[in-house]
Design a protein around this ligand. Structure first.
Ligand code: ATP
Ligand code: MG
Length: 386
C-alpha cells in the first residue's frame, strides 16, 4: 500500500496570532527559510503552504526532513506524516499501516480532528478516533492509554486531505528569521555568546556576527572557535549571510592595557560595544547583542552592566541576563555550539589583578582617553569577513 504520500507537517505558534497580512508575510518567510535548509542539506522536499499550515511534500526521508525543519526559527513542531484522502476508510487503512511498526506492548492513544465544512451525516473527529482505535487494537492488541500513551496517532482530517502521524519533533518556536531586522552579535566563541546569538535568531533577527581579535591577548585558535560556533548556527539559516566580521583590535587592547588598570575590563567592554555600534551603523542593524548575564563575572554585576551599556546609543540586548549557567550550557548542547565553545584556547589574560565590581560611570570615563575610542572605530572599519 504505497499510494499514500510521505509529507512533513510543520506547526508554528506565534505567527498564528498575527493579523492576516503580517501572518501571510511571516508564513511566506518561514516557507522560504525551510526550503533553504532542505536545499542546503540536499534533502528532497518541496515546501508548500496552506492557510495555518506549512507542509513539505515530495519527501523521501521524512524523519530527517522533520528533524531539519525542527531546527528552524518559528517552528514549534514538525511531524513526518502520511497524507491520504479525507475519507474514513482510507484514514483507518493508513493507521493499520502505521501500526505495523507499533512496538509491542506499548500503549497508545488516537487524537483525531476533523476540520473544514462538512455535511451533518459525514463522520466527525470522534468517529475517526473510534474507528482508528479499533483498527490499531485489531492490528496490535496494544492497550489504550489516553492519559500517558507511549504512542499517539495524530490524525488531522481536512477538507481536501487527511494526515496521520505518530512522531513529533519539537522546534525552537519564536519567529521566522528575517522578520525582525538585523542585530550585531558580539561573538567570542565562549559558551554564552553563541546561545545569546541564537536567542535573537530564534526571535527572527538576522545576525551580523562580530568577533573582536584582541591581538596578542587573543589568538588564532580563539578566532577559529568563534567562527566555528557561528558556522553551527548558520546551518539553520543558510539563506542569510552569516560570515563573521573579524575586527583587528590588537592595537586598541595594547593601548588599553598600558593606560587603564582597575576598570580595564569595563573599558574593554565599552570599547567592544563601540565597535559593535560602528558595525551596526554600517550594516543597518538596530542593536548589539552580548552573552552577558547578571553576576556572571566582575564586569557583569548589575552596576557594571549599566556602566558598559552607557558607552553607546544603540540598545545592548542581553538575552541571557537572567539565565543560570546550567541552563545556558543545556541550550548550548541543544543547538550544537557547546563542543566548539569548550575547545581549549591559549590566550593571555587582559584582566587586572583586582577588577572593579561596582564602578561609577564617571570614574570609568575619567580613566579613558578618547584615542581609545578612535582606535575602536578604526578597528571596526578595518574588519574582514570570514
Ligand atoms: P562567552 O560570554 O561567549 O562565554 P566569555 O565568557 O569568554 O565568552 P565574557 O568575558 O563573558 O566572554 O564577555 C562577555 C560578552 O562580551 C560575551 O558574551 C560576548 O558577547 C562579548 N565578547 C567577549 N569577548 C569577545 C570577543 N573577543 N569578540 C566579540 N565579542 C566578545
Ligand atoms: Mg561569559
Amino acid at each position: 500500500m504505497t499510494h499514500w504520500a510521505h509529507v512533513v507537517l510543520v506547526g508554528y505558534g506565534e505567527i498564528g496570532t498575527k493579523s492576516s497580512s503580517v501572518r501571510a508575510r511571516m508564513e511566506a518567510r518561514l516557507r522560504e527559510n525551510l526550503q533553504a535548509v532542505l536545499d542546503d542539506r540536499s534533502l528532497d522536499g518541496t515546501v508548500d503552504g496552506e492557510w495555518s499550515r506549512v507542509l513539505v511534500r515530495d519527501v523521501s526521508d521524512p524523519e530527517t526532513v522533520a528533524a531539519a525543519c525542527a531546527e528552524v526559527p518559528g517552528v514549534v513542531w514538525a511531524r513526518p506524516a502520511l497524507a491520504c484522502d479525507p475519507d474514513l476508510d482510507d484514514i483507518v487503512a493508513v493507521c493499520r499501516e502505521l501500526a505495523a511498526d507499533h512496538p509491542e506492548s506499548t500503549t497508545f492513544a488516537i487524537d483525531g480532528d476533523r476540520t473544514g465544512a462538512r455535511d451533518d451525516d459525514e463522520f466527525s473527529g470522534s468517529d475517526i478516533e473510534r474507528e482508528a482505535g479499533s483498527a490499531v487494537i485489531d492490528e496490535t492488541g496494544a492497550p489504550v492509554d489516553l492519559d500517558n500513551p507511549d504512542r499517539t496517532y495524530r490524525i488531522e482530517c481536512r477538507e481536501e486531505e487527511a494526515y496521520v502521524s505518530t512522531e513529533r519533533f519539537d522546534g525552537p518556536g519564536g519567529l521566522p528569521l528575517g522578520t525582525q531586522g538585523k542585530a550585531v552579535a558580539l561573538v567570542s566563541g565562549g559558551i554564552d555568546s553563541p546561545v545569546a546569538t541564537w536567542e535573537l535568531m530564534r526571535r527572527g533577527c538576522e545576525i551580523v556576527p562580530v568577533y573582536i581579535d584582541l591581538g596578542d591577548f587573543g589568538g588564532a585558535d580563539h578566532r577559529a572557535r568563534a567562527v566555528e560556533t557561528v558556522r553551527k548556527l548558520a546551518r539553520r539559516a543558510p539563506n542569510f549571510d552569516m560570515r563573521v566580521h573579524v575586527v583587528p583590535a590588537g592595537e586598541m587592547v595594547d593601548r588599553l592595557v598600558e593606560t587603564i588598570d582597575d576598570t580595564r575590563m569595563l573599558s574593554l567592554r565599552r570599547l567592544m560595544f563601540t565597535i559593535g555600534a560602528e558595525v551596526a551603523a554600517e550594516e543597518g542593524a538596530h542593536s548589539v547583542v552580548t552573552g552577558e548575564a547578571i553576576g556572571q563575572k566582575s564586569s557583569q554585576t548589575g552596576a557594571n552592566l549599566a556602566v558598559t551599556a552607557a558607552a553607546i546609543d544603540y540598545p545592548v540586548h542581553r538575552p541571557l541576563l537572567t539565565w543560570d549557567k546550567t541552563d545556558i550550557i543545556a541550550t548550548a548542547r541543544d543547538i550544537g555550539t557547546y563542543t566548539d565553545s569548550t575547545l581549549p584556547v591559549g590566550c593571555e589574560r587582559v584582566a587586572p589583578n583586582y577588577p572593579e565590581t561596582n564602578a561609577s560611570l564617571a570614574a570609568v570615563e575619567r580613566a579613558e582617553s578618547t584615542d581609545l575610542f578612535d582606535l575602536a572605530v578604526q578597528a571596526a572599519r578595518n574588519r574582514e569577513r570570514v
